[in-house]
Each structure stands twice: as C-alpha cells, then as structure tokens.
Write a protein that binds this ligand. Structure first.
Ligand code: NZQ
Ligand code: ZN
Length: 407
C-alpha cells in the first residue's frame, strides 16, 4: 500500500535485480522536519508552537479529549490565540465529515489546523489541510492522486493514541461510506509542523485501543523489515529494538495503565516505527495493511484488529520467500534457538501468540467473516500490480492468505 504511494517502485512494474544488487541498500532521501515535543505537561507549550497571528481551527474526535482533560489543557494553552473548533471526526475518518470541516474553515478564514486526538483526527486534519485551499470541484480527487497537492495549510498535532505514526509522517488515510473506499494519501506537505506527545494523555485508553496501537506499531515495523535480507544491519537492529521493546512493555501496560514509563516507551515506539527512518534504504511488504484496509472498509473492524488477523497468515503463506528474515526475526526478537525451519515456524507461532496474549483475535471467523466472503474481499483490492516485496501476491494469493487466517 504505502510503497505504491511513495513511488519507490513502479506498481506492477518490478524489474528483478541481480543477486548482488538485491542485497544492496537502496538509494534514499530522508527528510523529516516535524518538531516533536515529548513529555509530561508539554501541551502547555502549544502557545509558543502555534505561529503568531494564526487563525486556528482545532479539530477533534468523538469527545474523549473533553472527558480526559486534554481539551481544557489545550484551551488554556491557546489563551490569546484566535481559535475555533470542529469536533465529531470519527474513527476511520469519513470524507463527508471532513468536508464539513473544510467548509467551516473556508467560511471562517482559518489558516492553521490543530488536530487533537488519535490517528483518525490527525489524518482528518491532514486531508483538510490539502482540501481547504483546493480550488477544484471534487476534493476526493486529492485522495485519488488526480489533483496533485500544490499547497496545504500547516498542521500541528496533540496526540492521544500511540499507533499510526501519523504525528511524524506524511500519510493520511480517509474513508468513504458511500463508495466503500479507504484510501491512503502520501505527501511531504502533509508532514505536521509540530506534534506534542504527552504520555499521560494515553492513561485513559481502553485496553482494546492500547492493543490496537501495539499491533499497529508492530506491523509498521515488520512490514518494513520482514522481507528479504539486505545489507542493512543498522536498520534491521533499529526494527528489532522496537519489536523487543514492545514485547517487554505490552504486558506491563495492560497490568498498570498509569505507569508513566511504560506509556512513554510505547508512545515513542509508535512514532519511531513509522516516521520514515526504518525504511531508509530498505524494501517493504505492505500486504497486511493493504488487505486490512479493505476489511475495515467492508466490516468496520478496527485497523489494529485487521492486522492481527492477517499478518500470521501472510507469514504462513510467504514462509519460503521470507525464510532468511524469518529466521533472523525468530532468533533476535523472540530468542528462539533451533533448526532454521523450526525457528521460522516457531517465529510465526510466537507472533500470533503475542497478539492473542494482548487480547487480539487472529482468525476471520472470530469476526463472523465466512470463507464465502473471501472473493468479495480479494476483488475489492483492485490491485494495480501485485503485493509483497517480490510482487508475487495477487488476487489468488490473497484468497489463500485469507483462508490461512483459520490455520
Ligand atoms: O473519537 P475520540 O473520542 O477521540 O475517541 C477515540 C476513538 O474512539 C479513542 N481515543 C483516542 N485517544 C484516546 C481515546 N480514548 C481514550 N483515551 C484516549 N487518550 O480511540 C478511538 C480510536 O481512535 P483512532 O484515532 O481511530 O485510532 P488510531 O490512532 O488507531 O487511528 C486509526 C486510523 O489511522 C489510520 C487507520 O487506517 C485508521 O483510519 N492509519 C493511519 C496511518 C498514518 N497516517 O500513517 C498509518 C496506519 O497504518 C493507519 O492506516
Ligand atoms: Zn497501520
């Protein structure tokens, strides 16, 4: 999914490199200017971070920020700033809702967006930032890449849910009820200018969202890591460090939701998993994300839930192609010792076991999705090319992967 948008490989037009080239670090450009402000009480710094004279539209979700005191902190920090608000952005933010925010911003001449909430609120603000100055008749063209982003309003963020990495990346995911689409956009003008991360704001997360966030973070790491080996030892170890940290912190957070250190570690892991760093010079396989978005669009299951179901099945299906990296993952992340074949198998089992240990389901049938639905899911992908680091996963393979979720 994400690589198609980045354009680092032509969708459907993969040329097979030689063995020697295949192992080389790819060329890359890394540019991430987001100012990250992290720690206790940092929302108070908002007043200094919002540009002087800005006319701010503060956006938020279903109202959690009012219950947990974040709204009041933001309000206090914005004293003296010209600001107004737009609430009601739903999880998996909807295009029609966001367009109402766009109208409000245009009517009131807003020139700065402040997103306060989880990934959905942040992504919603990023889309609005591009849509507000857009002159064309159909702002959805921005999401489909038919209207290139020329200007976008600046966006600042106060994050309350560690998961997506949206606070420090160039992506936004927007959904449409009417067409059943869930679409990703990727543009450097969508990088936030600043993001405030106070781990204390995450104390109130229900276990379901905590686990969704851990799985989403895990998946952003592994989909940029578990491919075929390149000579990128630093990037590999950066990835493994995040995975090992998640393994250590996950059981602690579910036991002690108010442990500041654990919350801080999880929040930093989520940001570092998907801010462009891990993918420097590397290759990726976004199959679970790509298919997962269709599961969310079709059945409304959470983003993290969709990934926990799909990933073990992707590994089962791709075991032979991913063998070398699976063995490395098994040994270094889970500490498995054994024959290569056994290590790879056990690594897949341990992954599913970890997801289940934090309360995630790993079978489609557990969400009431029957095998009869598999063709509908696979067809909905409308693949322009194939998925996977070797571009060998098409509709037929996706159907096989869906069946393997029950293994
Ligand atoms: O709506 P409110 O009231 O704010 O409640 C939210 C929402 O119901 C609640 N919540 C947020 N912070 C909370 C809290 N509840 C208690 N205490 C807090 N501190 O959690 C619920 C889910 O929020 P949401 O923002 O939807 O979750 P998440 O951060 O997981 O974002 C999911 C969206 O991000 C997209 C997903 O596809 C999905 O649309 N993604 C965005 C990415 C990106 N921009 O890079 C990458 C990801 O792969 C992902 O696709
Ligand atoms: Zn994700």
């Amino acid at each position: 999914m994400y690589e198609e948008m980045v354009g680092d490989r032509p969708a459907g037009g993969f040329s097979h490199p030689t063995d020697q080239e295949e192992k080389q670090m790819k060329n890359f450009t890394f540019h991430n200017p987001v100012k990250l402000v992290f720690g206790k009480g940092t929302i108070a710094e908002l007043g200094n971070l919002v540009p002087k004279g800005a006319r701010v539209l503060m956006t938020y979700g279903g109202g959690t920020i009012k219950k947990i005191g974040v709204y009041d902190q933001v309000k206090a920090a914005l004293a003296g700033v010209d600001w107004m608000e737009f609430g009601g952005i739903e999880p998996n933010p909807q295009y029609d809702t966001l367009m109402r925010g766009v109208e409000l911003a245009r009517k009131n001449n807003r020139d700065f967006l402040l997103a306060v909430g989880g990934g959905s609120v942040l992504d919603g603000a990023k889309f609005m930032a591009a849509a507000i100055p857009f002159k064309g008749p159909n702002a959805w063209d921005i999401m489909e890449g038919k209207a290139p982003i020329e200007i976008a309003l600046p966006v600042g963020c106060v994050l309350t849910l560690p998961a997506t990495g949206s606070e420090m990346n160039r992506y936004a995911v927007v959904s449409r009820h009417d067409t059943g689409q869930k679409t990703v956009i990727n543009h450097e003008k969508l990088l936030p200018v600043f993001s405030i991360l106070d781990p204390q704001t995450t104390y109130s997360l229900p276990p379901r969202q905590v686990s969704n966030g851990i799985v989403d973070t895990w998946m952003h790491v592994v989909e940029q890591y578990l491919t075929y080996p390149l000579d990128t030892p630093l990037q590999d170890r950066q990835a493994e460090a995040i995975l090992q940290t998640l393994l250590e912190e996950a059981p602690k957070v579910l036991k002690n939701p108010h442990d500041y250190n654990v919350r801080a570690n999880l929040m930093w892991c989520a940001t570092m998993a998907f801010n462009g760093l891990l993918n420097c010079g590397g290759i990726s396989d976004w199959t679970s994300h790509r298919v997962g978005h269709e599961l969310t669009a079709l059945y409304g299951i959470d983003h993290g839930q969709s990934l926990a179901v799909l990933f073990p099945a992707v590994l089962r299906h791709q075991k032979a192609d991913k063998m070398d990296k699976l063995i490395q993952y098994g040994r270094r992340v889970f500490g498995i010792q054994g024959t290569p074949e056994k290590t790879a198998e056990l690594a897949i089992e341990k992954t599913a076991e970890f997801f289940r240990s934090i309360g995630m389901k790993t079978k489609l049938s557990e969400y009431g999705i029957p095998p009869a639905d598999y063709p509908k899911i696979a067809d909905k992908l409308q693949l322009r090319g194939k998925l996977g680091e070797r571009q060998n996963i098409g509709v037929k393979e996706v159907m096989e992967i869906l069946a393997l979720t029950e293994a």
